[in-house]
Design a protein around this ligand. Structure first.
Ligand code: PMP
Length: 362
């Protein structure tokens, strides 16, 4: 049987629509944890305004964006590092701190860029088995070796959607700092932070103020809806921020991204709507998976990891029905699919397709 090309980020959806002989509205992409609302109108306007300045270089220091972040989060602007996506922040940490002979610690089912940032520096990987699909912080603490310079933690985690409480993270930071001082930097990657309910969200700004060996990273790609522009930021005390500044390219965040991020970061209505749509969509998907008798990992992010058995076959069958999701075999989860939460109608198309493919009532 003809295999449909797995979805490749950047591949025009139009190609897939043609290949499948479907109508564009029948094709839904729930594969890359993007915001189904698209980008905020406020950011679009900021971009239009910025277009006239594109003959010039962007502000290398991102002054205006840093001011907005500093004011809203109550951190000194000098503690902020802007990145070309938060991937860039993860990479800058790797560049600043890792080299052959050193090691980085991260969890088994963690975000792929931890591996890439470590590999790029020729450093050693210390991969710690997951616990209940999430980070096993006790085991991660024990795994820190004499040559460890960086520990990566994703909270919520991708691709599993698990969450570590404020107490878990604080205790871990206390233990790492007590045992290793500033020799070991902890990266707390909060790309999905804005989707968390207020009552469990960690006060990571307070943690940055307390721990000199902590970098918190945040993304504009998810709840802020700016994935295509590539912008994120890191928060850390001056010593670590200065180290990252030494390896950062001066124009790593382009003018349109800076302008859009300034608008999006202050667009509280859009952010609230993103969180609402996500919460409703998560309920819709998780309830459907319950009806279908599928096991899933309860998610704190904007996607759900669901167990489907033969994930490649299910993925192919979903693709034929115009539904693009993410197989996570390469992440060590060959029987699971990671499904990003879409708009209600997109989720409904996915649920219908899964019901057909898995041959059960939903
Ligand atoms: N961290 C995690 C845990 C992620 O899932 C992602 C996006 N997939 C990122 C960081 C990077 O996001 P971006 O570079 O788009 O900010």
């Amino acid at each position: 049987m003809k295999q449909i090309q797995p979805y490749i980020p950047g591949k025009p959806i139009d190609d897939l629509v043609r290949e499948l002989g479907l109508r564009p509205e029948q094709v839904v992409k729930l594969a890359s944890n993007e915001n189904p609302l698209g980008m905020p109108e406020s950011a679009k306007q900021a971009i239009e305004h910025e277009l006239k300045g594109l003959g010039r270089y962007p502000d290398p220091g991102g002054y205006a964006l840093k001011q907005v972040i500093a004011k809203r989060l109550d951190v000194p602007a000098g503690w902020i590092t802007l990145g070309n996506g938060s991937n860039d922040i993860l990479e800058l940490v790797g560049m600043a701190l890792l080299e052959p002979g050193y090691s980085a610690v991260y969890s088994q089912y963690a975000f792929v860029v931890y591996r890439l940032a470590t590999q790029a520096r020729g450093a050693e990987h210390i991969v710690v088995p997951a616990k209940d699909f999430g980070h096993d912080l006790n085991a991660m603490f024990e795994a820190i070796a004499d040559n460890t310079r960086v520990v990566f933690i994703a909270n919520p985690n991708n691709p599993t959607g698990t969450f570590l409480t404020s107490r878990d993270v604080t205790t871990f930071l206390e233990r790492v700092h007590a045992a290793h001082g500033n020799r070991v930097t902890v990266v707390l990657d909060e790309a999905y932070n804005e989707y968390l309910p207020d009552d469990i969200r960690i006060d990571s700004v307070a943690l940055v103020k307390r721990f000199e060996n902590l970098v918190v990273s945040r993304s504009f790609s998810k709840a802020y809806g700016l994935a295509g522009l590539r912008v994120g930021f890191g928060l850390a005390q001056p010593a670590l921020t200065d180290l990252m500044a030494r390896v950062r390219q001066p124009f790593n965040v382009n003018s349109l991204a800076q302008a859009a991020a300034i608008a999006a970061f202050q667009d509280d209505a859009f952010l609230a709507r993103s969180a609402e749509v996500n919460a409703a969509g998560k309920k819709q998907l998780q309830e459907a998976f319950d009806r279908l008798g599928l096991t899933y990992v309860p998610s704190y992010a904007n996607f759900v990891l669901v167990h489907v058995g033969d994930a490649n076959a299910v993925n192919q069958a979903l693709l034929k029905r115009g539904v693009i999701v993410r197989p996570v075999g390469a992440d060590g989860l060959p029987e699971w699919l990671r499904i990003s939460i879409g708009l209600p109608e997109e989720n409904a198309i996915l649920i219908r397709a899964m019901t057909e493919v898995l041959g059960k009532e939903a």
